[in-house]
Design a protein around this ligand. Structure first.
Ligand code: SAM
Length: 273
């Protein structure tokens, strides 16, 4: 067994009970088009493959691919794509159908992978990902709390977010320094997601609001929109970012004058806010 590589974020699941709970949460059915990101040594791959009959795995580490294929022999039809998950066109992989994504994601690149998947939301039925628990808490946070932020808003505008289970470091080899959690993300139907034409405005307004989350919206959004425009969106300009629900940001973006639009870097670059 090759030594786990830190630079690939390799922490292999070994606790049977945790593996069984994740597979039960995914509940793969024969014929499902399951795609696993980062199969590693196959802890999730093999039971998922057994249940679905076919699985596509995307793995970056060359050394893991041959042993994985050997382990999968006779279990089901395994297709391995040797690539960086960020470079895989998931919509093309779906071939007009829908994918079920799963993965114990490498934490060093988990936010970019998450947002890469969201960019292909129309080709995805659901996603079950293991992430740092702290990230899952922020993804699922409701308005009003300290952890509610940019990640919460952007995720909740695109998906239903359901934290499923917490996983202690001892379930992995080697154990990571932090607690982990599994989350289910179900993309909302297109008519319940914001108009793609508003994407830049939403990004700008959410970024500005949470960059200065202690300030009132009228101060934090200065330069993007004035108090009258905030008010016209149905939002009290004296509110703070953390008290505005995700749909409130859509309303603000709709009222933002075009002059305020300066596309910034993608949230995936830094989802820490
Ligand atoms: N699924 C296995 C498990 O649960 O034991 C392994 C999980 S391990 C946390 C992350 C896996 O993602 C490793 O196999 C690693 O080599 C792979 N990986 C790292 N970066 C990747 C990338 N950019 N694209 C695809 N796979 C990647």
């Amino acid at each position: 067994m090759p030594r786990p590589k830190k630079h690939y974020g390799q922490h292999f699941l070994h606790e049977r009970g945790v593996i069984e709970r994740i597979v039960a949460a995914i509940a793969p059915q024969p014929g499902d088009r399951v795609v696993e990101i980062g199969p590693g040594e196959g802890a999730l791959t093999l039971p998922l493959l057994k249940a679905a009959g076919h699985l596509t795995a995307i793995e970056l580490d060359t050394d893991l691919i041959e042993p994985l294929c050997a382990r999968a022999a006779g279990v089901g039809e395994l297709e391995v794509i040797h690539a960086d998950a960020l470079k895989v066109d998931l919509s093309a992989l779906a071939k007009g159908g829908k994918l079920r994504l799963a993965g114990n994601l490498p934490y060093y690149v988990s936010s970019p992978i998450l947002f890469h998947c969201l960019a292909h939301a129309d080709a995805i039925t659901d996603m079950h990902f293991m992430l740092q628990k702290e990230v899952v808490d922020r993804m699922a946070a409701a308005p009003g709390g300290k952890v509610y932020g940019r990640l919460s808003v952007m995720l909740q505008l695109a998906c239903k977010v359901e934290p499923l289970l917490r996983v202690a470091p001892g379930a992995f080899r080697p154990p990571p320094k932090v607690e982990s959690a599994v989350v289910r993300l179900t993309p909302l139907p297109p008519d319940q997601r914001p108009d793609p034409a508003l994407a830049h405005a939403i990004d700008a307004v959410v970024r500005a609001a949470f960059n200065q989350r202690r300030k009132t919206l009228s101060n934090a959004l200065r330069g993007l929109m004035d108090a009258a425009a905030i008010d016209a969106a149905g939002i009290d300009p004296r509110m703070r970012a953390e008290n505005v629900a995700p749909r409130g940001y859509v309303a603000l973006a709709q009222r933002m004058p075009a002059s305020g639009l300066q596309p910034g870097p993608n949230l995936a670059d830094n989802a820490s806010q």
